[in-house]
Design a protein around this ligand. Structure first.
Ligand code: TLP
Length: 347
């Protein structure tokens, strides 16, 4: 089976640039962005800041670099960073909290990926002769490994207000913040308003080939530019990427509801298959499902799906994660649903 025939549910990062993006990339006006002279990058940064309601934004190659820069901006060496126990900054960024910012993660478990002030408060530390102080709280919205769950606006506001009252900063890992805004049917601005810094990705459900943005105050973004250069992220004629990013930002959030509908369709199907369990609310484009009851390990389940043309990765010994996106339509989801059923029933 050739790769193009596969139904790829491993991530929304697998989305390819749309034909309109390809055209915009070919025609992009460019300049040297390290000199601040790439007009397309400058436009993308202004547009992102405007959409988020922040003073300024900075184009970075990846979400990991965006989070890394934001943590550095908001902390001092030797501080602790409170984050959800399954969060991306803690588990999937190669210890960059420690490596680049010299901070220790203070992971806080939650049932649904939503960190509430009651959970956070218990872990906030003032500096003492034995204990490092807390510098930053990271909220992940949507929460990837909790199954794309959404932190509501009120929770976000409450966490930010109480954190600010005691001098703590809040960074929002909003890799999929537009999915959260679509689910809540709100303006993304409201959702990020109180966060000190925000990172979001263009290269996931929004289909751009590369790129993320970090946003915050103009002063913070001026410092962020230096950290980006230190990390090797000073790109030159990056306007070819930003051109695709502008289309991602302006046109793609509107279609995310379709991905959410497809995820719900798959989740409803999975729930009816004996031996499969979905341990979380399905609110956006991510479904994590437990296959323990089928008697198959997650890796084996994934291999058998692959043999049927469906790509879906295990997240641990017993669960797999699927993501819906622009490059899988309802018909693909129907075929995937049949494959899940056949694998679970071992036919
Ligand atoms: N997530 C990827 C993998 O790294 C797991 C995926 O396939 O979902 N924050 C969140 C919440 C993310 O989900 C990701 C990527 C990132 C940050 C990092 O973005 P990149 O991959 O651009 O460094």
């Amino acid at each position: 089976m050739s790769h193009t025939e596969w139904i790829d549910l491993r991530s929304d990062t697998v989305t390819k640039p749309t034909p309109a993006m390809r055209r915009a990339m070919a025609e992009a006006e460019v300049g040297d962005d390290v000199y601040g002279e790439d007009p397309t990058v400058n436009l993308l940064e202004r547009r992102a800041a405007e959409i988020l309601g922040k003073e300024a934004a900075l184009f970075v190659p990846t979400g990991t670099m965006g989070n890394t820069i934001a943590v550095k901006l908001n902390t001092r060496h030797g501080q602790e960073v409170i984050c959800e126990a399954r969060s991306h900054v803690y588990n999937y960024e190669l210890s960059m909290l420690a490596w680049f910012s010299g901070c220790l993660a203070r992971p806080v478990p939650s049932d649904d990926g939503v960190l509430r002030w009651e959970d956070i408060q218990k872990e906030v530390r003032p500096l003492s002769p034995y204990r490092a102080d807390t510098g930053l709280i990271v909220i992940e919205n949507t929460h990837n490994m909790a199954g794309g769950t959404v932190t509501p606006i009120e929770t976000m506001r409450d966490v930010c207000r109480r954190a600010h009252e005691i001098g703590l900063r809040v960074h929002l890992d909003g890799a999929r913040i537009f999915n959260a805004a679509v689910h809540l049917n709100c303006d993304v601005r409201e959702l990020v308003a109180d966060a000190d810094t925000v990172m979001f990705c263009l290269s996931k459900g929004l289909c751009a080939p590369v790129g993320s943005l970090v946003a915050g105050t103009a002063e913070a973004m001026a410092r962020a530019r230096l950290y980006r250069k230190r990390l090797g992220g000073g790109m030159r004629q990056a306007g070819v990427l930003a051109a695709a990013g502008l289309i991602a930002l302006n046109e793609m959030p509107q279609r995310l509801a379709e991905d959410h509908g497809n995820a719900r369709f798959l989740a409803e199907h999975l729930c009816r298959i004996p031996g499969i369990r979905i341990p979380h609310r399905v609110e956006t484009n991510i479904v994590i499902f437990d296959v323990t009851g089928t008697g198959l390990a997650a890796a084996e389940f994934s291999q058998r799906l692959k043999a049927k043309g469906v790509l879906c990765n295990p997240v641990d010994g017993v669960s797999l994660r699927l993501l819906t996106h622009h490059d899988v339509n309802r018909q693909d989801c129907e075929r995937a649903a049949e494959a899940f059923e056949a694998v679970a029933r071992r036919v």
